[in-house]
Design a protein around this ligand. Sequence first.
Ligand code: PMP
Length: 398
Amino acid sequence: MSMFTAVEMAPRDPILGLNEQYNADTNPNKVNLGVGVYFDDNGKLPLLQCVQAAEKTMMATPTARGYLPIDGIVAYDAAVKSLVFGADSEPVTSGRVATVQGIGGTGGLKIGADFLKRLSPNATVLISDPSWENHRALFTNAGFKVDTYAYYDAEKRGVNFEGMLASLNAAAAGTVVVLHACCHNPTGYDITAAQWDQVVAVVKAKNLTAFLDMAYQGFGHGIAEDGAVIQKFVDAGLCFFVSTSFSKSFSLYGERVGALSVLCADKEECSRVLSQLKIVIRTNYSNPPIHGGAVVAAVLNNPELRALWEKELGEMRVRIKAMRQKLVDGLKAAGVKQDMSFITTQIGMFSYSGLSKDQMVRLRSEFGVYGTDTGRMCVAALNSKNIDYVCQAIAKVM
Ligand code: PMP
């Protein structure tokens, strides 16, 4: 009898569990479309040139590793603020954005969730149906009741926008609404600019709290284009939360680089909010790690490196789009009769393929093609070498 006798086995993380299964698979043709990671056309995880250049400079003048401030590297926080709101934007110049470095985008979300729990302990959190799996778990673990707002329409192969608006309209004042700023995970379907205007209007009219999760800025239509949604919330005069992740956009997954930004009414309020965010951080992990944040700050704050980053990010974006088209064409060539062109209307790393759980299981067991049971596939892991095989495999299970 030990003190842990009654501890139950927690379920495996669905995506990481899929990875383990993939690694153990001996099929030489196996393809991992499960995890949300961008691979280049050679199937390799890229190490961006802008990152290498920044690291080279950093290595040339090695620095000692003291503790960072609780809210992270000052130049990093400033760079994130400029990226999210615009360097010369009113929120930034008037000093009413509180930005803290986070441990990845997940860390940014968690700092925000913990702060919100202290601020509005009885609020409900609404996430999209479906959403990134961790949204529900993260906000639940922060102590919130988590519900969903309508989002995906399987029949229409798109967003059930009327349903989404109806869900938001029915939400009680103070409800926290987690919104995917761009490149919706897992469906790949975003709402249009005009639909965003309507969402902003409801958030304002119903006094909801928007929490924008920006994990894929630059993977949709471009850095500024994907960031444009933020401006809509600013223009409406709202206070809101934005979590940022550089995992994908800098291919720095394991460095855990992210942030939380909170737009406040004015500078004085902002300093109070920042002081509370710092308490959340201090009592969780004291202060963030240096390396990833230093790399991102060095790139974003140097015009040449920044231009290189934009170029490299653009190449990733363009390659994903090309793979979407190849997938549509390849499925047709492989004999799929159904119109699969919806894949090219989706955006970002993922595609909700519309395949059933049974079909996804067959893809894994018979062909070594790994996607999630929900039918989600990471199109950013397709390349010119595996695309034909994947198309043949999908065609055979359809
Ligand atoms: N939000 C969404 C929607 C995501 O897809 C992800 C990453 N899969 C994250 C947040 C977390 O990003 P990070 O890995 O930087 O913690």
